[in-house]
Design a protein around this ligand. Structure first.
Ligand SMILES: NC(=O)c1ccc[n+]([C@@H]2O[C@H](COP(=O)([O-])OP(=O)(O)OC[C@H]3O[C@@H](n4cnc5c(N)ncnc54)[C@H](O)[C@@H]3O)[C@@H](O)[C@H]2O)c1
Length: 265
């Protein structure tokens, strides 16, 4: 497939770009940053929140699908969060309609349900329960994807990613880890699943201590191969581990992240 991959200069973007190219896909990169050294395909240096710049990128070549990873991967004020996650997604969806591209894979986050108390496995039918304005942005971006799927028949898979890391480094990561290889498997499954409509999957590896249900991902063909448990003996406990295990969003659900919604002068 020929895929427009936004956020291609970022930490997930660089890994997924290489992984999808290895699997025979063609990547057109888009980021506010220039292409990383060694990237050889087409590249658009553009702000995904600018609908004209996004349309220009679509007009430059035909595309089969979009993988939307561009976004600020952390907590911010509400306005910045909505721009980073919702406005960028809107610009892409409108450009997809204009250019008859009907598949988008979105980097949502576990923080869309992060305030859910940690008890039972959380599945794709959990109510939105964000833990931060970042999480609110992800919930709203998912809502927009759902609207375009219902209105226009776009296939949109929201991947609620846990912790994308080379290896787990904290006790929480033993539940939330997404390995690099599984991240590529996840995106490829979401790109190629037959007629998913709007769907949510949890982007974690096959962790023995998983907090989220892998069944929705498996139904779309995502078969994770790695398990954070392999590192369990090497991970030292920390005083904050219990607090981080109270809600599935971990530290983002803690009081240290409370802040006003809007930045003031
Ligand atoms: N890393 C994780 O564990 C994790 C977990 C859950 C969700 N996510 C989501 O995955 C996505 C990628 O995360 P990451 O860890 O690779 O972050 P990152 O900061 O390493 O990469 C993001 C990239 O997007 C680009 N970008 C940001 N806003 C942009 C815009 N408006 N227009 C164009 N480019 C823009 C940045 O320049 C950067 O290269 C984010 O949406 C993040 O919220 C990440």
């Amino acid at each position: 497939m020929k895929v427009l991959l936004t956020g291609a200069a970022g930490s997930i973007g660089q890994v997924v770009t290489l992984g999808l190219i290895d699997r025979g896909h063609e990547i057109v990169g888009l980021d506010r940053l220039p292409a990383p050294d060694g990237f050889e395909g087409a590249w658009h240096t553009a702000d995904c929140a600018d609908p004209d710049a996004v349309l220009d990128a679509f007009a430059a070549q035909p595309l089969d699908a979009v993988v939307h990873l561009a976004g600020h991967p952390d907590e911010a004020g509400l306005t910045d969060s909505l721009t980073s996650h919702v406005v960028t997604t809107a610009a892409l969806l409108d450009a997809m309609l204009a250019h008859q591209v009907d598949r988008i894979v979105y980097a949502s986050s576990n923080h869309a349900v992060g305030r859910t108390p940690r008890r039972d496995l959380v599945s794709d039918d959990a109510l939105p329960r964000p833990d931060t304005f970042y999480g609110v942005g992800k919930v709203a971006a998912e809502a927009l994807l759902h609207l375009y799927a219902d209105r226009y028949g776009i296939d949109a898979v929201a991947c609620r990613i846990g912790s994308f890391l080379p290896e787990p480094t904290t006790v929480r990561n033993l539940s939330t880890w997404l390995s690099h290889d599984d991240g590529v498997r996840m995106v490829e499954a979401a790109l190629t699943a037959t007629a998913p409509g709007f769907a949510v999957l949890y982007g974690i590896s096959a962790n023995t201590r998983a907090w989220w249900d892998l069944a929705p991902g498996r139904a779309l063909g995502y078969e994770p191969q790695d398990d954070a448990e392999h590192w369990a003996d090497r991970i030292a406990g920390r005083p904050e581990d219990d607090a981080e295990a109270a809600h599935v969003g971990g530290p983002f659900a803690l009081e240290q992240f409370y802040r006003p919604a809007l930045d003031r002068r």
